[in-house]
Design a protein around this ligand. Structure first.
Ligand SMILES: [Zn+2]
Length: 66
């Protein structure tokens, strides 16, 4: 007989499961557009985006940095 136990240890994954609300902390111009330093207002995760002037949406340059 097998006993399966599940423990509720999901509380550390909150930052990875919510939808980040990015704000731009700073930016500077580069040859292809602007580099945006963004931070999630909810969990403080940081990321660097490239806002290419030829494309409307920023592209993430880095993974999310907790
Ligand atoms: Zn977040």
């Amino acid at each position: 007989m097998t006993t399966l136990e599940t423990h509720g240890e999901q509380h550390l994954t909150t930052a990875a499961t919510h939808e980040h609300g990015w704000i731009v902390e700073s930016s500077h111009p580069v040859s292809t557009g602007h580099v945006l330093y963004v931070r999630c207002v909810d969990c403080g995760t940081r990321r660097v985006d490239l806002q290419d002037h030829r494309h409307p949406a920023p592209v993430a340059l880095t993974r999310e940095l907790p």
